[in-house]
Design a protein around this ligand. Structure first.
Ligand code: GDP
Ligand code: MN
Length: 344
C-alpha cells in the first residue's frame, strides 16, 4: 500500500497558521462544501470533526456553495464553528440548470427503468444535476477562481484522527493531484454507457492517455466480473468522491475539460445516473500519472456506511481496519485491494 509518512516540513511551526496571518504557511487551498440549507446540523457535525482533528491548527478557509441562497441562520451557525475565514456563495444558474440538449421525455423514460433496477436517486433530478456539477463545473465557480487545491467535505461525515501536518502542503510538495480515503465498486446500472463513451473519446484523443496510467486498474475484472460485464468493460472501481483532496489544475486541464464536454453531450448524467466519482476516477486513471494519486491512510473517515480506519493511537472512535458498520455483504464493496494491486 501507498502512503508514506509525512515529513517534518509539514508540521505546524509557531503561529504561522493564524487565520488572519497574511504570511501564513497556508497554500492556496480551501475546504469546500456543496450543501443544502436543510443540512445545517449535519454540516456542523462534519465541520466540528474536521476542525477538531485538523483545521483548528491550520485555519484553511471554508467555501460553502448552494444552488439557492444560504439562510442567515445557516451562515451564522457555520461561521461560529470555525476561526477560519468562511465564504458563502450561490452556484451560477447556467452551471446548475439541466442543459438544453437533454430531452425531458427521454429523461423520464430512462430513469423510470433505472428506478426499477433500484439505482439510488435515479428519479431525483437534483441528484443528477449535483453529479454533473461535481463532475465538470464546480472548479469554474468564481469563488474558487484563485484556489488551486480543495478538500471536499460533505454534511454528516466523520473524521476520527488527529492529523498534525498541513495536508494541502503535503499534496503540493509531493506533486500529488488527487487524494482519497475509500475505494468502492459502483452500481453498474448507473453507468452502463460511461465506459463505451469514454472509449469513443479516447479513440479520438489517444494522445491524452498518460504513459503511466492506471488503465489496468480501471478494467480489472478479477474480483467482480459481473460488474465489469454490466458496465461494459469498466470494473466500476472508483475513489469515493464525498472525500477528495485534489488539485483543480487537473480538472481545468484540456484533456479533462474535453472529456467532460464529451460526456455531457452524450447525456448520461441524465439518461443514466453517472456519478462524479466514476467520472473523476476514470479520468484520473487515464489522463494522470498514477503515482500522483495518494491514499490518505492516516485520515480516519466515515461517510455512511463506510469507513477508513487507520491503526493509530491518534484515532478515536474508529475501529481499526473496519470497513463498514452496515450489513456484512457491504464488505464486498471494498475496492481498495484492486488499487493496491496495480499501484500500491
Ligand atoms: P450521497 O452521498 O450520494 O448520498 O448524496 P448526498 O445527498 O450526500 O449529496 C452529495 C453532496 O451534494 C452533499 O454535500 C449534499 O449536501 C450535496 N447536494 C446534493 N443535492 C444537492 C442539491 O440539490 N443542492 C445542494 N445545494 N446541495 C446538494
Ligand atoms: Mn453524502
Amino acid at each position: 500500500p501507498t502512503g508514506e509518512p509525512p515529513e517534518p516540513l509539514h508540521r505546524v511551526v509557531g503561529n504561522n497558521y493564524a487565520p488572519d496571518n497574511p504570511q501564513s504557511n497556508r497554500i492556496n487551498a480551501t475546504l469546500l462544501s456543496l450543501v443544502r440549507n436543510e443540512e445545517l446540523n449535519d454540516m456542523l457535525q462534519s465541520m466540528r470533526d474536521l476542525e477538531r482533528t485538523w483545521n483548528h491548527k491550520f485555519n484553511y478557509p471554508w467555501t460553502f456553495l448552494n444552488d439557492v441562497p444560504f439562510t442567515e441562520e445557516f451562515k451564522t451557525k457555520i461561521r461560529a464553528a470555525t476561526k477560519a475565514e468562511v465564504r458563502f456563495d450561490v452556484v451560477p444558474k447556467a452551471h446548475w440548470d439541466v442543459p438544453s440538449w437533454i430531452n425531458n421525455d427521454l429523461y423520464l423514460e430512462s430513469t423510470a427503468l433505472l428506478k426499477e433496477q433500484e439505482v439510488q436517486y435515479s428519479d431525483k433530478i437534483s441528484y443528477h444535476q449535483m453529479c454533473r456539477w461535481n463532475s465538470g463545473l464546480f472548479y469554474h465557480h468564481p469563488a474558487l477562481a484563485n484556489y488551486r487545491y480543495y478538500w471536499r467535505v460533505e454534511p454528516k461525515v466523520h473524521f476520527f484522527c488527529a492529523v498534525d501536518y498541513d495536508v494541502f502542503r503535503y499534496m503540493q510538495d509531493h506533486n500529488k493531484t488527487y487524494g482519497f480515503t475509500i475505494n468502492l465498486y459502483d452500481s453498474p446500472q448507473s453507468i452502463t454507457t460511461l465506459w463505451p463513451e469514454t472509449m469513443k473519446f479516447l479513440g479520438d484523443h489517444p494522445e491524452y492517455l498518460h504513459k503511466n496510467n492506471a488503465f489496468d486498474w480501471l478494467r480489472d475484472a478479477t474480483r467482480r466480473p459481473d460488474h465489469n460485464m454490466k458496465a461494459n468493460g469498466y470494473s466500476t472501481c472508483h475513489f469515493w468522491s464525498n472525500f477528495e483532496i485534489a488539485d483543480m489544475e487537473f480538472w481545468r486541464s484540456r484533456p479533462y475539460e474535453e472529456y467532460f464536454k464529451h460526456l455531457d453531450r452524450a447525456g448520461g448524467f441524465f439518461y443514466e445516473r453517472w456519478g462524479d466519482a466514476p467520472v473523476h476516477s476514470i479520468a484520473l486513471g487515464l489522463f494522470e500519472d498514477k503515482e500522483r494519486i495518494h491514499w490518505f491512510r492516516d485520515i480516519g473517515y466515515q461517510h455512511i456506511p463506510f469507513f477508513n480506519c487507520p491503526n493509530s493511537p491518534k484515532c478515536k472512535g474508529c475501529v481499526t481496519g473496519r470497513f463498514t458498520d452496515g450489513e456484512a455483504w457491504l464488505n464486498r464493496e471494498d475496492c481498495r485491494p484492486n488499487w493496491f494491486k496495480f499501484v500500491g
